[in-house]
Design a protein around this ligand. Structure first.
Ligand code: PAF
Length: 294
């Protein structure tokens, strides 16, 4: 597995590979890799001749006062995880090469970025779409793989790719959860042992709503009350947003159907976690422990 820092070198390798008819898969990451990233790499490996993982903590998607400086970084460990998953190339550019002095070009998806994380984190998606667009230009992937835990990010990237006619197939992959239901995230490393237990209220809320939906409840107000009740049962859990929206348009919904997305961001202690489910999906949220551990 080779590590490439230079944009030009990455571009040259990719151009050569595309010229030889090779299929390139890209797994864009900010590092601190976990099994969720592993599942993207495995799928990328299956689909491609050349598997590239980018590791770049993108400064432009962090707002003032967010965790850019403290974002967990462990390149040694990441390299071991990526090598195990069969990654061919790690692209780890420097910020000063991605955003050199005088940089002034941005990609902005308008409507889909307004609600949910876009409302809580102004400018976040502009940073994400800009860096992903740049990565597409550099790595020239046939496929790019993203996790559904960042559901809105995936929707925004699909929109950008379609709107800009980028020749990349976007592949969305299921959320990978710990055995007790917590969605895997690099930010889980911030959780104290007590927070780690409290954080299960997110997946419990999804499980409670899914169970009620499967029993026939379609009233969003009733489903929302259930979810909020689960979060409220944990002292110190603070909801940033908890909303039911159409999974395609991200418009609000008053009646739930199979395409309804329940998306939430909840602060557990000082850590902001996100999670979601689409009510018609068959994700197995119900077999998880529903009662808080003692
Ligand atoms: O999901 C992430 O890790 C980041 O937002 C991404 C897609 C790598 C862009 O920096």
């Amino acid at each position: 597995m080779k590590i490439i820092e230079s944009v030009l070198e990455m571009q040259q390798i990719s151009s050569r590979a595309r010229g030889e008819g090779k299929r390139i898969a890209l797994v864009p990451t900010m590092g601190f890799l976990h099994a969720g990233h592993g599942s993207l790499m495995e799928e990328g490996r299956r689909r491609s001749d050349l598997l590239v993982t980018s590791i770049f903590v993108n400064p432009t998607q962090f707002g003032a006062g967010e965790d850019f400086d403290s974002y967990p970084r462990d390149l040694e460990r990441d390299l071991a995880v990526a090598a195990k998953a069969g990654v061919d190339l790690i692209f780890a550019p420097r910020a000063r090469e991605m955003y050199p002095e005088g940089y002034q070009t941005w990609v902005d998806v308008e409507k889909l970025t307004l609600p949910l994380c876009g409302a809580s984190r102004p400018g976040h998606f502009r940073g994400v779409t800009t860096v992903v667009c740049k990565l597409f230009g550099i790595v020239q992937p046939t496929f790019a793989l993203f996790g559904k835990k960042d559901f809105q990010q995936l929707a925004v990237i699909r929109r950008m790719t379609a709107d800009l006619n980028l020749p990349v197939e976007i592949v969305g992959m299921p959320i990978v959860r710990e055995a007790d239901g917590l969605a895997m995230s690099s930010r889980n490393s911030y959780l104290s042992p007590e927070d780690r237990v409290n954080a299960l209220c997110l997946s419990r809320a999804l499980g409670a709503v899914t169970a009620a939906y499967r029993k026939g409840e379609r009233d969003v107000a009733a489903l929302e009350a259930l979810a909020r009740g689960e979060i409220a049962s944990v002292a110190g859990a603070v909801i940033d947003y908890l909303e039911f929206r159409h999974s395609g348009s991200l418009e609000m919904q008053a009646r739930a159907d199979d395409a309804t997305l329940l998306a939430m961001a909840v602060k557990i202690g000082t850590t902001r976690l996100i999670d979601n489910c689409v009510l018609g999906d068959d994700e197995d949220l119900l077999s998880r422990p529903v009662d808080p551990p003692n």
